[in-house]
Design a protein around this ligand. Structure first.
Ligand code: ZN
Ligand code: ZN
Length: 414
């Protein structure tokens, strides 16, 4: 067996065992590009080997997506088929796990009218509200893994041939998700342990505020009382430990939706709905974006912020990632949030993970609002970390402590 084939099989096994941690008798929903068919077959084989009762594959194809976005009438884009949402909900209710194989072309919809894109994503987000709740509340186990589609690889490595670009992106992905280690599963367990120590430290501290400062950024983020930091593996409602993102380097919690003030500048391009938004600044007042500029993709950014009443203008996640994380050290801009968010401190516009606050998954809409938990049709991470970012935490008794200095932890966890 070639080295590559061996790595591919290890990757498929890792996605099933460590990613979703599929249990005997459980079903699996698999989202994947048709281009990844060969890899998908390996994953499905691993799923059945792990005891899956059924694997349902939701294929996507970027050429077909493009054609639909280009030609379908607006009324089709504005109406996400109910039967699709119902089918997904039905499987989630039956405790299917969800694995997404992800490798989007960041420029796919560059020449499509932004209003058509936002109508499509809004319709999808509305129709999938209940399904999304299964995922964002960790009711089911779910995971996202990367796959180097040709168009994505060409974007990341524009100076080499298409084949070479894909090979290079595979090499990087394998390294980043620890496929090069003797036992990737053990390596992940060790990594999760490091993230556990960091999140427990922060949970103990219960900072009331985080203060971000660097060139172009001066932002204060209040944290709600009883917020919970997560990072690394999570546990589903049925008690299965799973890894939502592979790779993952972040610890994250929720900001108070009315307690964000100041200005923040992006430090990496954001791939959003087949378009890139780059070099943007957001100004917050009482939690809401009241002003914004972008050097690239300002129209897309505007549509993102205007997705709903004001949920998309408020924050739903604050995540800490050291600048010396292995992904960041690769020096590569991936144009793919799964990778770029794990190379950089980031925030997310939109819905908060209810699991980031005590009793969050059981709160009513009114309670969520009262405790400062943001709700929205979107959840979109954007990167703000750099080698010069400083972050301070303010304790309940008003003391200010260093959390990050020059982009890295100011705390030693030994
Ligand atoms: Zn994140
Ligand atoms: Zn996020």
């Amino acid at each position: 067996m070639s080295n590559f084939q061996e790595s591919l099989e290890k990757y498929a096994k890792l996605a099933i065992e460590t990613g979703v941690n599929l249990q005997t008798g459980q079903g699996l929903i698999l989202n994947a590009p048709v281009e990844a068919a060969e890899f998908v077959r390996l994953v499905v084989k691993e799923a059945y080997a792990a005891g899956a009762k059924n694997v349902h594959v939701e294929w996507n194809d970027e050429d077909l997506t493009y054609l639909k976005m280009k030609h379908a009438p607006m009324e089709v884009l504005e109406n996400f088929p109910k039967w699709r949402a119902q089918g997904l909900e039905e499987m989630a209710k039956d405790d299917y796990a969800l694995l997404t194989i992800y490798g989007e072309n960041p420029d796919l919809l560059k020449d499509i009218d932004a209003a058509r894109i936002s109508a499509t994503s809004k319709a999808g987000a509305e129709a999938l509200t209940e399904y999304r709740n299964f995922i964002m509340n960790d009711k089911i186990s779910w995971s996202i893994v990367g796959y180097p589609t040709r168009s994505w690889a060409e974007k990341v490595f524009p100076d080499v041939s298409s084949d070479e670009a894909q090979r290079k992106l595979w090499d990087n992905i394998f390294k980043i998700v620890r496929i090069d280690k003797e036992s990737p599963v053990d390596a992940w367990n060790k990594h999760n342990e490091t993230l556990r120590i960091a999140r427990e430290y922060l949970n103990e501290k219960q900072y009331t505020k985080l203060i971000y400062q660097t060139e172009g950024t001066d932002l204060t983020i209040e944290l709600p009382k009883n917020h919970i930091w997560h990072g690394g593996s999570a546990v589903s409602e049925t008690g299965t430990e799973f890894n939502p993102n592979m790779p993952t380097e972040e610890v994250f919690t929720m900001p108070a939706k009315y307690g964000v003030n100041g200005i923040v500048s992006s430090t990496k391009p954001l791939s959003y709905g087949g378009n890139l938004i780059d070099k943007f600044k957001l100004t917050f007042k009482d939690g809401k974006v009241v002003d914004f500029t972008a050097e690239q993709g300002e129209e897309s950014l505007k549509h993102l912020l205007d997705t709903d009443e004001d949920g998309a203008r408020r924050l739903g996640e604050v995540a800490l990632v050291p600048h010396q994380s292995p992904i960041s050290q690769s020096g590569i801009i991936f144009y793919n949030t799964l990778f770029d968010e794990n190379a950089s401190c980031h925030l997310a516009l939109g819905k908060a993970y209810p699991t980031n606050i005590e009793n969050g998954p059981n709160m009513s809409e009114q309670e969520m609002d009262k405790f400062g938990v943001n709700d929205s049709l979107v959840h979109e991470d954007f990167m703000i970390g750099s080698a010069t970012l400083n972050i301070d935490g303010v304790t309940e008794d008003g003391k200010t402590e260093a959390i990050f200095r020059d982009g890295n932890w100011a705390i030693s966890f030994d």
